[in-house]
Design a protein around this ligand. Structure first.
Ligand SMILES: Cc1cc2nc3c(=O)[nH]c(=O)nc-3n(C[C@H](O)[C@H](O)[C@H](O)COP(=O)(O)OP(=O)(O)OC[C@H]3O[C@@H](n4cnc5c(N)ncnc54)[C@H](O)[C@@H]3O)c2cc1C
Length: 414
């Protein structure tokens, strides 16, 4: 039986995250959003405070000093931090999901080496670098021709690997001190046989963040271009099975919670849009009564609520399957699609109700709309994730109780 009753600790974490979002993040979010230089908008004090609260390292297992939070708990906390600001939530959510992946793919010796790097520095954030100037969706909907996929190379020289290439749009780029990166060990082989994952620190010679992208939303976090020029990585920092990193990034998106948690963060934006709109609808008077008393606007608010709740429970169901060790891969992709589309619809509806006042930068709605747009593409485009899920649609034949002879006849034109 699926039971979404939150444990006492989950309720406590939700309160901690909500309090942090409303009292610490939100008061700084609007100012941070307006800083024109994209490499100046990140607020390190927010990271230090989250470390004090234990939020930064939530997904690190208890044996290593973290909370050991599962995908559903991380989704819930991520949504609540994003209620204060999406960019700040993304900075932590990236760190959580990459930690989860590292724990699932590394040896005990690697964990003993890498954990102090993460735990002992209260500003240590993580990044995962897959996307390149000529390779985006190829890694998410695996294109397995030798001529496609990522082009960054990893050449084995003795007991070291030498990395060359460029990654772009990477969340926490220029902020992260630990980076997971994927490269090709052999460009003549298909990506499914030639990709290797590595861990490195940001002070590794040859590694540099060369551009922080100026972007529409999520302005509180950085998205960087990362250059690798003859970056040497010791064999002991290869993550997972060499050659198998394409499958491992697929697991990151589904089993290790990336898509589910991404959907949850953008839902936090939509929840904020709903709440400020509910207040506005009760206080703004037109036609002699508060807007909410005009039935079409009351209906609008009810439908916004419906989208928020249904997206949340889809995310929680998907997170629950991951937590049970039997991830519903189709749901894990589609719940991000549904949550991000619902979040966009909710913020657009909010924008409609606020009318001209919502268009003005002094008011909260336009930022929420800009933020909500980011997850239509981030963590895999919704088109590509839907395509991926479509490969997992059920198939059933004449012996299955769902099979209809009449449908067969109709399809044959009878
Ligand atoms: C805010 C933000 C944060 C991000 N953070 C990270 C990060 O931390 N790490 C990282 O590695 N990347 C990150 N990305 C990159 C993101 O994962 C890519 O943008 C995404 O994978 C799509 O790649 P692309 O933008 O190059 O689009 P393309 O892959 O070039 O796609 C262009 C269009 O073609 C469609 N398309 C592509 N392939 C197919 C296909 N086979 N069939 C049908 N249609 C197709 C797409 O749906 C899209 O509409 C981030 C992006 C954003 C916007």
């Amino acid at each position: 039986m699926v039971d979404f009753t939150l444990s006492a600790r989950q309720q406590e974490l939700r309160e901690i995250a909500r309090d942090y979002a409303i009292n610490t993040v939100m008061p700084r979010a609007a100012a941070s959003d307006r800083i024109p230089e994209p490499d100046q908008s990140f607020d390190w004090e927010l990271v230090r405070e989250s470390s004090r609260l234990g939020l930064r390292t939530l997904s690190v297992p208890k044996d290593y000093g973290g909370e050991g939070a599962d995908v559903m708990t991380l989704s819930m906390v991520g949504e609540n931090i994003a209620y204060g600001d999406l960019g700040v939530a993304v900075a932590f959510d990236q760190t959580w999901k990459i930690m989860t992946m590292i724990f699932n793919l590394t040896t005990e010796a690697q964990r003993q080496r890498w954990m102090p790097v993460v735990m002992d520095d209260d500003t240590c954030l993580l990044a995962a670098a897959a996307t390149e100037p000529t390779s985006g969706s190829d890694t998410i909907l695996p294109y397995d021709g030798a001529g496609g996929g990522i082009r960054m190379t990893a050449e084995k020289k003795g007991d070291r690997w030498v990395l060359n290439g460029t990654k772009r749009y990477i969340s926490n780029g220029g902020l992260a001190k630990v980076i997971y990166v994927m490269a090709r060990a052999d460009l003549s082989k298909p990506p499914s046989q030639s990709m290797v994952g590595f861990l490195l620190t940001s002070d590794t010679p040859g590694y540099e963040c060369t551009e922080v992208w100026d972007k529409l939303g999520q302005r509180a976090v950085q998205n960087g271009t990362l250059e690798f020029n003859n970056v040497e990585i010791p064999e002991e920092d290869v993550v997972g099975e060499p050659g198998n990193a394409l499958a491992e990034i697929g697991a990151l998106l589904t089993r290790f919670g990336s898509n589910i948690q991404a959907g949850a963060t953008v839902l936090g934006v939509a929840q904020r849009a709903h709440d400020v709109t509910l207040q506005y609808a009760r206080q703004r008077v037109q036609g002699g009564k508060p807007i909410i008393e005009h039935q079409i606007q009351a209906k609008r608010l009810a439908r916004m609520q419906m989208l928020l709740e249904s997206a949340r429970y889809y995310l929680w169901y998907s997170g629950w399957t991951a937590t049970q060790g039997k991830t519903d891969a189709r749901a894990a992709s589609l719940c991000k699609v549904f949550a991000s589309e619902s979040a966009l619809t909710v913020t657009q509806e909010a924008f409609e109700l606020w009318a001209a006042t919502g268009y003005m930068k002094k008011n909260p709605i336009e930022k929420l709309l800009r933020d909500a747009l980011s997850f239509i593409h981030s963590d895999g485009t919704n088109d590509v994730l839907s395509l991926k899920a479509s490969r997992l649609l059920d198939e059933f034949g004449p012996n299955d109780p769902r099979y209809s002879k009449r449908v067969e006849e109709a399809a044959a034109g009878l």
